[in-house]
Design a protein around this ligand. Structure first.
Ligand code: ATP
Length: 451
């Protein structure tokens, strides 16, 4: 993790939030390459789950919502983690995370000691993780609002708007990418547990089961298991590092009839990457009750009125960025040197192709390299592909190392043979370091095939 965090800072992917003031725990700032990586992931997600389907509706709901939303969803009453404070050093911990083998038993016994100073830990208290704020000039209870702790509720409250304006037939889904905020007791492991992060979520509405034996919902659930795995492949995650955990009865949220956690083998252990839950009709029912607005659906075919059930695939965007970085990070020996590189799949790589002149002080090489760079950029733009960069900083060896470190799959170099012998350019492969000559006319096809 240290190597990955340091690469991210050195190369402009991700910085500590408010770094010059000593940071703000649980916040991270994305630099140019981090933004490019994150945007590529978002694009792949939106393409797979919204653009390529005709049963999905994209929304972008406000982060601040009427406080009743969070009463209805259960977050005001129950979105809490167990907090313990050390009586000696006053450090605070999440009780369930302090304990290794069986968290619940140990919390009850309270036998654990402070991991920082060995002091006695106090009583476990419930700590609500929502960030509270006030909307408008007043600070009375009526103006209380919260930074949303999940994007999901922004979709439930817009269910009726989508039904009224698009008249979708069941099954259909709402999809959203956006920020979520949780006042985590112990933010840790880089992007894994932050206080401000992004989620990519879907609320997929289906017919309610006809009776207790009706297991039609299972088909949709299983389809999403497949789609979630396909998305993990889109971003290049190694399937061997992802594990499905069937969350047992008693450990699921009270409204969930089935939950699968997709866990990933992080450098700090196996932990949740994504979740998939069958939320039944809990949310729409709650919002109907609390808002007094009827959120039922009229099915034209069956001529019946009901509250649909919902299946929710939930993806952490920053956890995806981190999983992609952890999975891609490699160290090897190339030539005489040790190198670190990111074996990113081209679809997520911030840059797909870097173009260099062999020497930066030979104007004829620089001119030709700029022409080739512009040509690739233009041709790629036609196909909607961005991420072509010109680089003449430092010597060629350094440029290769830099591009390897940021995961650029191909480097194109213009040398004297390009100019004098019309011998094409060299294309270097990030993973093997091998170079091959490619004629200028074939270059675009060659790169597009490779990518
Ligand atoms: P965890 O058990 O790790 O706290 P959770 O079960 O509370 O996660 P959900 O409420 O299901 O998480 O949120 C959906 C997704 O949002 C998670 O699968 C994860 O990818 C992401 N996520 C949740 N909390 C955080 C966080 N503090 N920082 C970054 N991503 C998060």
């Amino acid at each position: 993790m240290e190597s990955i965090i340091s690469l991210c800072k050195r190369r402009g992917f991700i910085f500590q939030g408010s770094e010059i003031y000593g940071g703000l725990a649980g916040t991270w700032d994305y630099g140019p390459l981090g933004v490019a990586l994150k945007n590529n992931i978002k694009k792949l997600w939106w393409k797979r789950f919204v653009d390529d389907r005709d049963d999905m509706y994209g929304v972008d709901a406000a982060i601040l919502m009427n406080q009743k939303t969070w009463e209805a969803s259960g977050h005001v009453g129950g979105f809490a983690d167990p907090l313990v404070e050390c009586s000696k050093c006053k450090h605070r911990f999440r009780a369930d995370q302090l304990l290794s083998a069986d968290p619940k038993i140990a919390v009850k016994i309270g036998a654990e000691k402070c991991p920082d100073c060995g002091g006695k830990l106090g009583e476990t208290k419930q700590f609500n993780m929502m960030f509270k704020t006030y909307v408008g000039a007043g600070e009375d209870t009526a103006s209380v609002s919260y930074l949303r702790p999940e994007t999901a509720q922004g979709m439930f409250v817009n269910f009726k708007n989508i039904v009224d304006s698009f008249h979708p037939k069941l099954p259909f889904g709402l999809a959203q990418i956006g920020k979520a905020f949780r006042n985590e007791i112990a933010p840790r492991d880089f992007l894994f547990r932050a206080r401000e992060f992004e989620q990519m979520e879907i609320e997929y509405f289906i017919h309610p089961p006809k009776d207790a034996k009706d297991s039609e919902w299972k088909k949709t659930f299983d389809d999403f298991v497949g789609e979630m795995k396909a998305f993990m492949a889109d971003v290049g995650l190694d399937a061997k590092k992802v594990h499905e955990l069937e969350v047992p009865d008693g450990e699921r949220a009270h409204y969930s009839k089935r939950t699968i956690d997709f866990e990933f083998d992080w450098p700090f252990g196996r932990k949740e990457l994504y979740g998939l839950a069958y939320r039944t009709d809990f949310d729409l029912k709650q919002h109907s009750d609390f808002s007094k607005v009827d959120l039922s659906y009229f099915d034209e075919d069956g001529k019946e009125q009901f509250i649909p059930h919902c299946i929710e695939p939930s993806f952490g965007l920053d956890r995806t960025v981190l999983a992609v970085l952890c999975d891609a990070y490699r160290e090897d020996d190339m030539g005489e040197e040790k190198r670190a590189f990111l074996k990113l799949t081209p679809s997520v790589a911030p840059y797909k192709v870097a173009v260099f002149p062999l020497l930066k002080n030979k104007p004829e090489l620089v001119k030709k390299a700029k022409e080739v760079f512009e040509m690739i950029k233009k041709e790629f733009a036609v196909k909607g592909v961005s991420g072509v960069v010109f680089d003449d900083n430092g010597n060629i060896g350094k440029r290769y190392r830099r591009q390897d470190e940021i995961g650029t799959p191909y480097c194109v170099t213009i040398d004297f043979d390009t100019l004098e012998k019309n011998a094409g350019v060299t294309v270097r492969d990030r993973d093997t370091g091998k170079q091959e000559r490619v004629g200028e006319e074939e270059l675009i096809d060659f790169l597009q095939n490779k990518l």
